[in-house]
Design a protein around this ligand. Structure first.
Ligand SMILES: Cc1cc2nc3c(=O)[nH]c(=O)nc-3n(C[C@H](O)[C@H](O)[C@H](O)COP(=O)(O)O)c2cc1C
Length: 187
């Protein structure tokens, strides 16, 4: 098997194509982000990488709040739309007929129609050359009842999320294999 050297590319993926919502009391906005990651377990923390020229950037910086909303496969048009038009030109909640719902945060709404939503409080910012990495603590998580199994866990068969890598949207199909299925963990 041969592997050829490529020009330097970011080939880490798929990452989730998530809908990040924010607000500042005057307006609410949604931005699609693929550079989204899990960075700490206790307390639970996530990172999002945002270019400073995005409309959402200032709202997140000003309020210290954002929500991470994980869309389903059939919401990929919304993902693409929220990632190609700026909130400076379009009221995205209204245009895509999405419902903003405030939970425990004062400004950043969750998106009711997404099966998974997390409310985050900004804890750290790291300015890199092109993007700022915002690290938020997840203060609450919500999951649509219809995607939970009888044990109350997310059934990824019922909740096909959207992946993204190198400019391509990817489907996610679960293996239905559980962590540690090959070798038994020795406690
Ligand atoms: C699939 C996808 C992934 C994206 N990922 C990022 C990202 O990680 N960081 C970023 O700054 N912009 C990303 N964008 C671009 C923004 O979503 C886009 O510029 C958006 O229109 C900005 O919205 P706003 O100006 O209303 O904040 C992505 C776009 C798409 C379609």
């Amino acid at each position: 098997m041969a592997k050829s050297k490529q020009s330097t590319q970011l080939l880490v993926g798929p990452t989730p194509a998530a809908l990040i919502a924010c607000g500042d009391g005057k307006e609410q906005n949604i931005i699609t982000l693929a550079w989204v990651g899990v960075v700490n377990s206790s307390p639970p923390m996530v990172s999002i990488s945002v270019r400073p020229n995005r409309h959402s950037y200032n709202m997140i910086k000003k309020t210290g709040e954002f929500t991470v909303n994980v869309p389903r496969e059939d919401q990929v048009d919304i993902v693409d739309g929220c990632g190609t038009i700026s909130g400076r030109e379009l009221e995205k909640f209204e245009h895509f007929q999405l419902t903003p719902v405030l939970g425990s945060l004062s400004n950043a709404p969750m998106i009711l129609e997404c099966p998974i939503s997390m409310e985050c409080e900004l804890k750290h910012s790291l300015d890199l050359a092109s993007h700022t990495v915002f690290i938020g603590q997840v203060v609450s998580s919500y999951v649509e009842d219809g995607v939970l199994n009888e044990k109350g866990a997310i059934d990824f068969e019922r909740c096909r999320i959207v992946g993204f890598c190198s400019g391509n949207y990817l489907r996610t199909e679960p293996f239905n294999l559980k962590l540690g299925y090959t070798l038994k963990k020795k406690s």
